[in-house]
Design a protein around this ligand. Structure first.
Ligand code: MG
Ligand code: MG
Length: 253
C-alpha cells in the first residue's frame, strides 16, 4: 500500500524539505578542491542539527550493515552511498552529495552532483543531462499519471545522449520512513506502474552513467560503483503530488 499524506503531514514535510534545502545550500558553499569528505560530512551534520532536525542516514541499516555518516559522498565511478572519510576532493572530480534528514517524524531526501574545478567536458555533459532528466521526471509527477511515466521521461532524455541508466537502484516513496512504496525506477514505459495520486510524496533520483547500466557494491557494503568504472551523476528531490501538479519540497523559494 502506498501511503497518501494528509494535508497536515504535507505541512510538516514541507518544513522538513525546506530545512534540507537550506542545509544543501550551506554545504554547497564549502565544496572545493582539497576539502576532505569527512569535513563535508561534519559540516552537513552541524547544519542539520542547527536546523533542529536529525540526520536520516546515520545509523541507517540494510541487513547487518550500518551507515556510519550523515551524508553519502560518491566520487567519479561511485554512484551512491559512498562513505565520507579522509579522501580529499580533487580538481576534476565528479562529486555526488546525497543529503537526508528527519524532522517532526518525516523524512526529506535530496542530492546533487557537481564537477569540481574545471573538469572534463564529458563530465559536465553528464551532470547537465542528469539534472535536466530529474526536472523532466518531476514534471511527470502528476495526478492521473503513472510511475512509469517518470522513468520513461528520465530514460528518454539521457539514453539518446549516450548515457547509461542505473537500474539496480531506484527512487522511492518517502514520509514517515526514508524508503516507502512505490519504487520509482529511472526507466520504464509510459502508462505503466502505480497510478499517481494526490498525497503521494516521491523521492525522484536519476542515477546516470557515462557507460553502462550495471553496478556493484564494494566490500565496505555500501558504496555502489559502476561495473565498467564509468563516471556517474545523481540528482534527487523530494516531490509531493498535489492537485495542481508536482511540488518540490526540497528547494528554497
Ligand atoms: Mg538520497
Ligand atoms: Mg532517495
Amino acid at each position: 500500500m502506498i501511503p497518501l499524506k494528509e494535508p497536515w503531514e504535507l505541512t510538516v514535510m514541507r518544513t522538513a524539505g525546506r530545512k534540507l534545502a537550506s542545509v544543501v545550500a550551506q554545504v554547497r558553499e564549502h565544496v572545493a578542491v582539497d576539502i576532505t569528505t569527512r569535513d563535508i560530512d561534519r559540516l552537513t551534520e552541524e547544519a542539520i542539527l542547527a536546523a533542529g532536525a536529525r540526520p536520516a542516514f546515520k545509523g541507517y541499516k540494510v541487513g547487518r550493515a550500518v551507515f556510519p555518516a550523515t551524508i553519502c559522498i560518491s566520487i567519479n565511478e561511485q554512484v551512491v552511498h559512498g562513505i565520507p572519510g579522509k579522501r580529499r576532493v580533487a580538481n576534476g572530480d565528479v562529486l555526488s552529495l546525497d543529503f537526508g534528514l528527519v524532522y517532526g517524524g518525516y523524512y526529506a531526501d535530496s542530492a546533487f552532483t557537481v564537477v569540481v574545478g574545471e573538469g572534463a567536458e564529458e563530465d559536465h555533459a553528464l551532470v547537465t543531462a542528469t539534472r535536466d532528466a530529474l526536472e523532466l521526471g518531476i514534471e511527470k509527477a502528476r495526478v492521473g499519471g503513472r510511475v512509469g511515466d517518470i522513468g520513461h521521461a528520465i530514460e528518454g532524455h539521457v539514453r539518446p545522449r549516450g548515457f547509461g541508466v542505473v537500474t539496480q537502484m531506484v527512487g522511492h516513496g518517502i514520509g514517515r520512513k526514508l524508503h516507502e512504496p512505490p519504487s520509482v525506477p529511472n526507466y520504464g514505459k509510459r502508462g505503466t506502474g502505480d497510478l499517481l495520486k494526490v498525497g503521494m510524496v516521491l523521492a525522484i533520483e536519476p542515477m546516470i552513467t557515462r557507460g553502462g547500466d550495471d553496478t556493484k557494491i564494494l566490500g565496505d557494503q555500501w558504496t555502489v560503483v559502476t561495473s565498467d568504472n564509468s563516471r556517474s551523476a545523481h540528482f534527487e528531490h523530494t516531490v509531493a503530488i498535489t492537485p495542481t501538479g508536482p511540488e518540490i519540497l526540497t528547494q528554497l523559494d
